[in-house]
Design a protein around this ligand. Sequence first.
Ligand code: MTE
Ligand code: MO
Length: 393
Amino acid sequence: HFYAHEPPRSPQLLVQCQKPFNGETPHALLAGAFVTPADIHFVRNHMPLPRGLSAAEHSITIEGPGVGATTLTLHDIRTKFKAHTFCSVLQCAGNRRSEMAAYKLVEGRAPWNSGGMGNARWTGALLRDVLASLWPQELDLVNPLNNRAKHVCFIGSDQHKETGIYYEGSIPLAKVLDPLGDVLLAYEMNGQELLPDHGYPVRAIVPGYVGARQVKWLSRIVLSENESEAPWQKKDYKLLPQGVTDHEGAEGPQGWTSMPAVEVMPVQSAILTPEAGSVFAASTTEAIKVRGYAWSGAGVPIARVDVSADGATWTVARFTASEVRPSGRQWAWTLWEADVPVPEESRKKAGPLRIMCKAMDAASNTQPEKVATVWNFRGLNCNSWGNTIVRLE
Ligand code: MTE
Ligand code: MO
């Protein structure tokens, strides 16, 4: 009965789990739109959808050490603060987990392919503006580190059915107060009210950060000396060292307690089409058209994407779409395509052909070649070279 009030969902979403709902966007649909439509944008819920939220009645409580507590209605947030609109990639830490799991067993439950990531256009008030107007004297906006609070906890309205705790995550106050940080209290996605699955009526958008901190159905914001104590902050979303291969290890000295929570995401790229298993004539002299995405959580532009069908000769991809913003605030993905020749060797025989891509951002961050390099027990942040295996017949 906990799940009796789930919203209607697009039948196009590939369902990883029904309760709680986890669904990803099919690769070809992601490749087909620079701005991911809201109804097919991936959904990652940890719990049943919260009930009874309404934009007209919603408010957010904001509190912190030395500043007390105050409540702002969503109406205030919409009308009293300048609205900012920009594209920002949301990526689940589990995106591409299936590739890690294929290499070695992981614990994370959903075997995401490359569709656990989307690029939507978000509208909202900057949390920086909100804090600056509430506490212009009490907070040091210029040097965030001078404040007693060092973290900002976001608390949702969805509850864990056994413990009763609400979904929660935190980010550094410095990210919120950074004039280039662009942390939003977002009330629109692609120019429309948020869909229930994406956090209606308001959610946090934390550009460049892992999806887990971009709390949906936002009801409280707590400025705090410490990061959030919630399990999603203290446990689940951490990159454990490679020696940790089971639950016992995760609870041990090299586990949760010794590793920081995932924040800024690494440079990422993946191939969306052709889909794995697509068939091409072995004798073809025509190049294979390859499409995909690239993005860097650092907010710097993608400098280059290279694509190869033999790992030795690389074709430089053409960028087909991006939203150009100043470096450090480029939160949209870059879509790309490349015409990749079938290697002479492969043309003589039928069989699988692996096509690979690798991106570099403007800060020279690159993707590691092998999944073994990034494997971790939770199956998080898989960003080794993108790939697809097609068939030559
Ligand atoms: N916020 C709440 N309140 N509850 C959640 O379960 N899941 C998080 C984040 N915010 C979650 C949440 C995770 S892990 C991800 S990846 C993103 O929401 C997914 O956002 P989306 O469902 O809009 O794509
Ligand atoms: Mo996630």
